[in-house]
Structures are given as structure tokens and as C-alpha cells.
Design a binder for this molecule. Sequence first.
Ligand SMILES: *Cc1c(COP(=O)(O)O)cnc(C)c1O
Length: 430
Amino acid sequence: MTDAPTYGFDTLQIHAGAKPDPATGARQTPIYQSTAYVFRDAEHAAALFNLQEVGFIYSRLTNPTVAVLQERLATLEGGVGAVCCSSGHAAQIMALFPLMAPGCNVVASTRLYGGTITQFSQTIKRFGWSAKFVDTDDLDAVSAAIDENTRAVFCESIANPGGYVTDIRALADITDGAGIPLIVDNTSATPYLCKPVDHGASLVVHSTTKYLTGNGTVTGGCVVDSGNFDWSANDKFPSLSAPEDAYHGLKFHETFGPLAFTFHSIAIGLRDLGMTMNPQGAHYTLMGVETLSLRMQKHCENAEKIAAWLENDSRVDYVTYAGLPSSPYYERAQACYPKGTGGLFTFAVKGGYEACTKLVDALEIFSHVANLGDTRSLIIHSASTTHRQLSPEQQEAAGAGPNVVRISIGIEDADDLIRDLDQALAKACG
Ligand SMILES: *Cc1c(COP(=O)(O)O)cnc(C)c1O
């Protein structure tokens, strides 16, 4: 089955990109655990290497199991193509790679996954790239931050961990005007709750490690290409619009049209950076994606109940969940994310840093781990872990102050989770 816009999400999450195995009839997508693929003949090999024919050469570039996941995620996100990678962080580099050159910058939201802030503020400098962080609610500040060397704006749809939801359309209006792509990290929302492409995003990135796989088994990432961005409208994106030296002068946009970004990412990004997803990992993620909508509904339902319970508890200072009417983002969430705002939020514990560390130690069902988007409920004290490398100002800006814990609500019984939080808060707050 290929992408058929007439099918609903629940059908596509199971079928898109997959068909019974032509060799064996296997109904489930096989794990093609093979590094290389035999060419029919020398002419076939040459056509594949020339990108005149699409097929499998070597699994650093393409693999049949990974290809099914790529097509499934592209379909669910409403894109034309996708490239899977070894992790979410790999996907972020892969998203920027065709756009950037030394001296170029990305304008990024201050409200991002802690690791992304580190990757953007430190590590990309080694490539001669840089990031300018702005509050993406301040649209004037976003416009002002974009200069002649800016090649993208980067945000998260539902930002991890602070309960913040982005007005993607408002940012897309700015990036459209500036002739640069909008990249949205849709990890926390997943395409079930939000399709950034429908709101004007050019590229969507995922840590498939989280909700898409759904049970904490493998790391992975993905870049979905909307196919909507005109890479040749200005001279900012020569890797896509001009002859590409790294592929014997091929002009990707002229040759592949809306698939230019996807082809470039495979032919050059995966070829030379090598941040490839393996077929075993793709298999686990395909298994997870089949139940995505069911899990997301339950994550949202549980999170709404638990956030409301916590908000009314005297041991809790505040809860940042955009699904709560008290949230400053409630109206925006209802408008932009009508199916729910996910299973991830933070809350502040009276008693600060020490109470937070006692709380994570006292919980029995919740696991204290650096992950999110698992069927299991998870908790972390960001300030002492994931956001530890950030300055106090960056921690506050990211919604990860010392008195704050982040929880990723699983799909267990909500009443059991509430009882667990109740007994642990009793121990934490004395
Ligand atoms: C986890 C995460 C990442 C990084 O993904 P990895 O798979 O851990 O590399 C990026 N963005 C968000 C929102 C995440 O939650």
C-alpha cells in the first residue's frame, strides 16, 4: 500500500509503506538484515549509483526495512519523503546539513530538549554553524533574529519539558517571508496529535526513540520532508539548487523536484555522515507505530487526569500542562492540538531541589530514567540530570528549574499512578 490520502490515520499507521514480502508472502515486514544487495548486472549498478534508478545498494544508504518505516512516517506526517537516522540528535544534524555552510546560523527556540540546546549552542560550532536562541512567542524577536546568514528556524511543536506549545503557523508565516525553511521537532506531539506540515512546516524531525517506538527499546530519528519548500527561490541553498560538488555536480532540486532534500540526505548525508538507522531498530519502531494512535489517546487521557490531581495537591506549587485550563497555553493548545497535548509535563514541588530528589527515589511505579514517551510512566529531575550542563538561566528558560520534575505519563491505570505519586509526595514533603 502506498500513501493514499483517503485512508485514515489508524489505517495508515499499520499499512503505509508496507506490502506482503514479494519473495515469501510474509505479512509482517521482514528485517532485511543485509549490508549489500546484488546488482542485476553492471548496467543496473551504474544506474543506481547515478541515481537514475531507485533501489538498494548498501545499507548505510538504504535498506528495505528502514525504507518501509521512512515511507510510513512520511505518510503519517503528510510529507513526500523521509530519512531515518540512528537517533533524534542525528536527525537534527541531518536536517541542517543540506542547508548550512560555515558562517550560517539557525534561529532556534529557547524551549527545546536540553540535549538539543547543547548540540546547537556548542557542538555545531565545530562545523562553523551557529544558533541564535529566541523566545518563539515573541514573533518580532524571531523576525529580528533572522539575518542574511540564517538558513532555518527550529522549534518543537510541544516543547519538552515545559508544557509549552508552539504556534507553528505564526512561525511559518515568518519563515515563508524570509525564504527559509521552518524545521519542527514533533517528537513529543507525534503526527497523531499534530502534523506540522499542515501548519506550514518545511521539515519535521523526530526522535523515534520516544512515542513512535513507544516502549523504550531502540534509539532512532527521522527527518520528514514536506516537499513544499522551493530551494531555488533564492541563492541560500546551493547544495540543493546549484551543482553539488559532493555528487559530481548533480543539481538536486532541478533533478528531483520536491524530493530534492530527501535524495540529498540519502546520497550525501547518509553516505558521508553515516548516521544510519539499522534494520533491527526500524523493525521495533514499525511495531510501535502500528499502535501509535491508541497509545497517544491513553497517554493524553492519563496525563489530563494526573495533571489535574497534582494541580489540586497542596504539596505541589504548579503544574505546566497545556491541557489544563490554568495553562497560559490552554487556548492555543485547544486550537492547534485538539486531540490532546501529550503525556509529558512538569510540576514544581514545594521543598525545592531536595524534595524533588526524594520524590524520584520514593516512587514505585514511575521509573527514574532519562527518557520519555514510553508505555511505562517515567520521571526525571531535569536540573540534576538532562539539563545539568545548562546555566541556571538556560534551565529556567527551558522550564527545568531546580524545584521542577518532569514526568512522562505512561499507559498504566491512572488511579495506580496517582496513588504512587501520593505516597511519594508524602515521603518527599515530610
Ligand atoms: C529525545 C529527544 C531528542 C533527541 O533524540 P535522541 O533519540 O535521544 O537522540 C530530540 N528532541 C526531543 C524533543 C527529544 O525528546
